[in-house]
Write a protein of this length. Structure first.
Length: 248
């Protein structure tokens, strides 16, 4: 078991911001595969979406990043790796997935206005994120036989939709410390605001309202509330930032 934290997640999930805060707190340097990908795209005169499209036909870019990531896991310790696939290439790491509501993620990407990403509107950012996600899912499945949003692959899933990155980083650090001590920790932490919308949909579909702990079902990156609507409503009323949950 190595003290390496890998950060994967949805587009706009805040990996870079959370990584910087974790780095300052833990004293671990950050290795960013996303930065490597953007540099490669820029050097080729492409956007990241175009690079993903090209990677579907030519895996040389993937091979460059994959080999480097594997080397990190074999030769380094006490690092943070900001990469969607680092969890796959560094098995001993503490594997974190940052989830985000699709609209919130698009708002963040649109607001960031990176030079290599050309978004004419928020709607365009939503569609671009959706396209990138579909391309990545298909490509990762074909190249590696893995499902990026199969949450069983991760030690911790944190929803970043309506919470400060400092709170997300603190949640990760606490779970990471528990894992290093051999102690149990909640696998999933969700924003009550996001859960409330799911619970409302469940109620509208005739789902039950109960006082059970929050349990979720996840399919293709989408969550559905199975139980815990009362706990969600209470957390929302009390202004709780993140609520622990379990997956079926």
């Amino acid at each position: 078991m190595k003290e390496i934290v890998t950060l994967s997640g949805d587009i706009g999930g805040g990996k870079s911001s959370v990584a910087r805060i974790l780095s300052a707190s833990l004293g671990y340097p950050i290795i960013s595969a996303g930065g490597m990908q953007r540099e490669i795209a820029t050097s080729m005169g492409l956007t990241t979406l175009q690079l993903n499209e090209q990677s579907a036909k030519d895996r040389s870019v993937d091979d460059r990043i994959d080999a480097y990531t594997k080397m990190l896991g074999e030769t380094r310790d006490h690092i943070i790796v900001d990469s969607r696939l680092a969890w796959h290439f560094i098995p001993p790491a503490f594997k974190v997935f940052l989830s985000v509501d699709p609209l919130v993620g698009a708002e963040r990407v649109f607001g960031a206005s990176r030079s290599e990403e050309h978004h004419h509107s928020l709607e365009h950012a939503v569609e671009n994120n959706r396209s990138r996600t579909q391309l990545e899912t298909t490509r990762f499945r074909a190249l590696y036989g893995i499902e990026l949003r199969d949450y069983r692959n991760y030690d911790l899933i944190v929803d970043t939709s309506y919470v400060a990155p400092e709170t997300v980083a603190a949640t990760i650090e606490q779970a990471f410390a528990a894992r290093n001590r051999g102690q149990a920790h909640a696998q999933v932490w969700m924003c009550p605001q996001r859960l409330a919308a799911m619970a409302d949909a469940l109620a509208g579909a005739g789902g039950r309202g109960d006082a059970a702990p929050v349990t979720l079902q996840a399919t293709d990156g989408q969550f559905v509330v199975v139980s815990g609507r009362e706990a969600i409503a209470k957390a929302l009323a009390q202004g709780v930032a993140l609520l622990p949950a379990s997956l079926t």
